[in-house]
Ligand binder design. Sequence first.
Ligand code: HSE
Length: 292
Amino acid sequence: DMVRVRVPASSANLGPGFDCIGVALNLYTEISMGFVEDGLLIEVLGEDYKDIEKNQDNLVYRAAKKVFEKTQTDYTGLNIKIKVGIPLGSGLGSSASAIIGGMVAANELIGKPLRDDEILNLAASMEGHADNVGPALLGGLNIMAFDGAVTYYIRKELDEDLKFVAFTPNRVLKTETARNVLPAKVDFKDAVFNTGRSSLLAAALFSEEYGLLKIASQDVLHQKYRSKLIPEMYKCFDKALECGAYFAFLSGAGPTIMAVCSEESADKVVEGVGSVYKSMEIDYRVYKLKCD
Ligand code: HSE
């Protein structure tokens, strides 16, 4: 018998909340898992499957293995089916969806010996930060601190009317590449700048003070460094705000740009930001999402 789990996409950072703020979004990857007599059989369905390994390097398999190891479960063979709905290498938490999907499915397969917080800590340790795996497992908006072993967090469901419009170029950017352009040290004043903004951002989202989001979403820790990999980034931000978005940010490590807006301004944002991609001749897709 196979178990099946559905994992949401996630968008990390929201501007200044580098590695500590993330939100789950209603776009899904589905993972099914079952024990078989022998061997590893991985089947992948979906448009973005080309790069997915079908051997022991597969991320879903490696995540499931962590659960089997932690629970000292013996197994001889495993069948994994992955129905990809979250584009890979796009900044929408596809790796986190594979890790969480693999861990939750494996845990269900053996009668749920691990609690959610154990899965969260296992997943955050595997990914190195919690801002995608947290939302992928827990849903909602997550404010988190990960100390390398344990994740401390508060979560909140966001208003259904708050739209997350994702502009996803048809090119892959590895998180590793987008982390390698970041500086080893930052100025004290930049750290202070981001501390203030990310605190205000969390408070504004919790208290639904959307008018503060434009200032609260400013960041000097990572986006400016990553903009050399994403030349359209600032043009998209400016256009999104001009079209009435509350704020716009680089989703995770990119290249997806996320514009957060009301239902009323969503169409204008889709059209306006779309015109930036068209003028720069960049192929892209749009997902109109909400907090999951
Ligand atoms: N916080 C992470 C980053 C998310 O920006 O690198 C992507 O994995």
